[in-house]
Design a protein around this ligand. Sequence first.
Ligand code: C2E
Ligand code: CA
Ligand code: CA
Ligand code: CA
Length: 278
Amino acid sequence: EAARDGKRWATFNPASVEDADWAMSLLARLDHAIDNGELWVAYQPQFDGQTKALIGAEALVRWTHPEKGQIYPDQFIGPAEQGGRIERLTYFVLDKALAVAGNVNRGGRHFTIAVNLSVPLLSSDKLVPTVERLLHKHKLAPELLTLEVTETSTLGSAEIQIANLEALSALGVQLSIDDYGTGFSTLEYLRRIPASEIKIDRSFISMLNKSQSDRIMVNSTIQLAHSLGRKVVAEGVENEEILQELQQMGCDIMQGYHLGRPMPWQDLLSRISEGEAF
Ligand code: C2E
Ligand code: CA
Ligand code: CA
Ligand code: CA
């Protein structure tokens, strides 16, 4: 756990703490943490499944707490959503991620950046103008931004959510359905959400080399997505065998510890400059 990003940090473990207390104390500190520079963004590389080239990254928020050490998003995203603090956090990450992506693409590159978008934010009328403003601020072409929304039962249930997703899509932003396969992945669902991509949940990927049923599921999901004109990203690629299986299945984009852990932007930048491929 402490070596999750390939670095050793003291990691705070809230297991012994009452959930509610934990959430409260975190929420109380979140705004301060942003002001104080305790939040930062790690980038996990993404590779083209066929050309093997490093083609983009997913932005993942990190909180380095002065006393508690490294706190992972699993521990504060949920509370932030419930406590009405997710907006500022999301736009903080988006601003940082678009800044680095804008810079790296200045030299005529085509490097994509994926940012996670909490489902509650999809009901905000500030979402689309904010995304538009930040793209403009950092001079990033909209098609280089992918917004990942987690597949849940509530996603796409409200008119405003669909309207916002369609407006983002009309801007040229790519949409990705994250954790695909864990929720309500029906054909109807794929039709309703204007996503250009699905991201198969890592629970299906991590046992791919050992489980025949997972192999069948993933393979048929890739076929289905392709037949609907969607790209497929595999997350949680943890070893060479899985990588090769996915390549044979025609998976479009690969991401996982085997190819690179989330890392500070400077580290990723040197790998981009070296023209890394797997
Ligand atoms: P996610 O979007 O599904 O992100 C993938 C998570 O899997 C990341 O954990 C990543 O570090 C981890 N991971 C990547 N490759 C591997 C692998 O090969 N094996 C294993 N076991 N894990 C791998 P992380 O960074 O702790 O993020 C957890 C979740 O927190 C994310 O899940 C996402 O739902 C949420 N999150 C992270 N950053 C943000 C953010 O900026 N905004 C929002 N709204 N949510 C965020
Ligand atoms: Ca994600
Ligand atoms: Ca995911
Ligand atoms: Ca997730």
